[in-house]
Write a protein of this length. Structure first.
Length: 430
């Protein structure tokens, strides 16, 4: 009996291997086989007819992979009565026995089943390597398919010899946006058999270097707040909140603190200044998921006031981000081309806007579209067209500017993102 079942099982396996070439006609097909034998139950007992039923279903997962599920059950007929057959310990089968098999016929393999790359910095080119393995005894031509647009490979197709291993070098573009990417790339051979590789790649934005100068840590106040983006509470401890004055000086910084026990998410800020003078302050959020810096609007007006506490754990002030971002324009020593991708109403008063940044004697701004040149002298701006031109100076998102800087510095420009294509067009004058 056992030998008969074993032969039937081998027949099922053989049929599945042979059927792998008939995917379109056999996929999902169920076969049924009945094996009937007659056993002598001994001198004092009658003959019994033993019936074993095998049901097996073939399913194709891919051109090179298939699975088979086989279910078996056994009964005995004695004197016209059908009874289940116990095992050697007298236990009856609670349900039919099921066996699942998986067949992989692809001769080509990756050297790993998945790839995870984290902490890749945005704005930089990144490289990694993977190996292709030929497990067969014949030459095969492979092709790499389904690569994302921001990724390239040095040898997208090539021939690999029997039992050989070939290294492929991949490059992640420096222009890919911040975020987490889940992709599947495929290793395809000349017969259409493919091997998938799951990739999880995280691109992180450049974290701003918000620090408070030591000489400012003379007077302080404390703030307890809850950060929201639109109406969603921020809970990521990697998100960072900074406090600044109207000239862009950092006065305090802290990370979001999420307590899973109380489900409360708060930020605790200590704000410093070198003087006791009361003045307005502003809040910014560096959002880890997007790598962008956003403006935060407090639920109530907050000014720097030494030795005071604003908000509490039970009643924090709400710091809400909406559609106001900070564009960072890095300047190197010498001449720089710049353009704006955010808009603010403050652009209408360019003279006041320029006061947001710390300039150095001899710095220059050239508005070539209007033949206007501004020069920073004796802590104020002068132009080649007189005071009236300075008073009417406006900044525009539709044109570029040249800036000559005496040192490396960064201009933080607050404003709303330009979403309409018409507002993202710019005139460049050589």
């Amino acid at each position: 009996m056992k030998k008969t079942l074993f032969v039937a099982f081998l027949a099922c396996i053989t049929m599945m291997f042979v059927s792998c070439k008939k995917e379109k006609t056999l996929n999902g097909t169920t076969w049924k086989a009945q094996i009937v034998t007659t056993e002598d139950m001994g001198e004092d007992q009658m003959e019994a007819t033993l019936t074993t039923t095998l049901d097996f279903t073939l399913k194709f997962i891919a051109a090179s992979k298939a699975s088979m599920t086989m279910t078996s059950s056994a009964t005995a007929t004695m004197g016209g009565q059908t009874i289940p057959i116990p095992d050697m310990n007298g236990n009856m089968m609670a349900s039919p026995a099921t066996l699942a098999l998986f067949v992989d016929r692809n001769p080509l393999r990756w050297n790993r089943r998945q790839l995870t790359l984290a902490d890749l910095q945005a704005g930089e080119e990144h490289h990694f390597s993977l190996n292709v393995i030929n497990n067969s005894g014949a030459n095969h031509t492979y092709t790499i398919e389904n690569l994302p647009k921001w990724m390239t490979v040095d040898t997208p197709t090539n021939m690999i010899g029997p039992k050989e291993e070939s290294e492929l070098n991949f490059t992640v573009s420096k222009d890919v946006n911040v975020g987490t990417y889940d992709n599947i790339i495929y290793l395809m051979d000349e017969n259409g058999l493919y091997e998938p590789l799951t990739m999880n790649i995280t691109i992180e934005g450049n974290k701003p270097e918000w620090t408070v100068a030591d000489d400012m840590k003379q007077y302080s106040m404390n703030i307890v707040g809850r950060v929201q983006i639109k109406n969603e509470i921020v809970t990521d401890s990697r998100d960072m909140v900074g406090v600044f004055d109207n000239t862009g000086r950092c006065m305090g910084v802290g990370n979001v603190n999420y307590d899973a026990t109380s489900a409360e998410s708060l930020v605790y800020l200590t704000v410093y200044d070198s003087q006791m003078t009361t003045h307005p302050i502003e809040f910014r959020l560096w959002h880890f998921d997007t790598g962008k810096t956003m403006m935060l609007t407090p639920s109530e007006a907050v000014t720097f006031n030494p030795n005071t506490i604003v908000g509490s754990a039970k009643s924090p002030i709400v710091l809400k981000a909406d559609d106001q971002y900070i564009q960072q324009l890095p300047l190197v020593t010498g001449w720089n081309w710049i353009a704006f991708n955010v808009y603010s109403n403050d652009f209408r008063n360019g003279k006041e806007m320029l006061k947001r940044w710390n300039w150095t004697e001899g710095d220059m701004i050239a508005d070539d579209n209007n033949n206007l040149v501004l020069r920073y002298e004796s802590n104020q701006w002068v132009t080649n067209k007189g005071q009236e031109a300075l008073d009417n100076f406006k900044l525009s998102v539709s044109q570029s500017y040249r800036i000559k800087s005496s040192k490396d510095m960064t201009l933080d420009v607050p404003g709303s993102i330009l979403r309409q294509p018409i507002y993202r067009q710019m005139t460049v004058t050589s």
